[in-house]
Design a protein around this ligand. Structure first.
Ligand code: AMP
Length: 141
C-alpha cells in the first residue's frame, strides 16, 4: 500500500482544509465534494480521508466505509439533481489524474449525451479464448 505525505496530494489538502472545495458529506473516514470540472452538474467525488493511491490499496474496512458513503451520496445526488440515474466509476492509474483513490458519482438522465459505457467494445474470437482468459484470471483469485 502506498501512503503519500498529505502535502503532495491535492485531495489531502482538501481534507485538511488547506484546499478549497464544496463538501457535500464528511464523516470520520470519508469525504465527498463537488468535482470542480463536472461531467454534469452535481458530479461528486467520494474518497477515504486516509490517502491510498488506488482502489486496490484500500483495506476491506476502507472499501466498506467508502462504498457505504458512495451509496448515500449517490442517492442524494440523484434526488438533489432530479436525475433519473447515475454513473459510478473509479479510474486506477490509467486515466487517473489524482492519485488519491476516489469514486466518481455522475448524475445521469436519458438522452444526456453519454451513451452507456462510452468505450468501444471488442469481441472474443472463440469460446476457447474466453475459457483461457477465464482460467488466467481465476488463477489469481
Ligand atoms: P480522475 O481523472 O479519475 O483521477 O479524476 C480526478 C477528478 O478530480 C477530475 O474529475 C477533476 O475534475 C477533479 N478535481 C481535480 N482537482 C480538484 C479540486 N481541487 N476540487 C475538486 N475536484 C477536483
Amino acid at each position: 500500500m502506498t501512503i503519500r505525505p498529505s502535502n503532495e496530494c491535492i485531495f489531502c489538502k482538501i481534507i485538511t482544509g488547506e484546499g478549497k472545495s464544496f463538501i457535500v458529506y464528511e464523516d470520520t473516514h470519508c469525504i465527498a465534494f463537488l468535482d470542480k470540472r463536472p461531467v454534469f452538474l452535481g458530479h461528486c467525488l467520494v474518497l477515504t480521508k486516509m490517502h491510498v493511491d488506488t482502489f486496490y490499496d484500500l483495506s476491506e474496512a476502507q472499501v466498506k466505509s467508502l462504498f457505504v458513503v458512495a451509496q448515500k451520496v449517490g442517492k442524494a445526488v440523484e434526488k438533489g439533481m432530479k436525475a433519473q440515474g447515475s454513473f459510478i466509476g473509479i479510474n486506477n492509474i490509467v486515466s487517473q489524474s489524482v492519485p488519491h483513490c476516489h469514486i466518481h458519482i455522475v448524475p445521469r438522465n436519458k438522452g444526456d449525451g453519454l451513451r452507456g459505457f462510452f468505450w468501444p467494445r471488442t469481441t472474443y474470437n472463440s469460446k476457447e479464448v474466453m475459457l483461457a482468459i477465464q482460467n488466467t484470471i481465476k488463477k489469481f483469485l
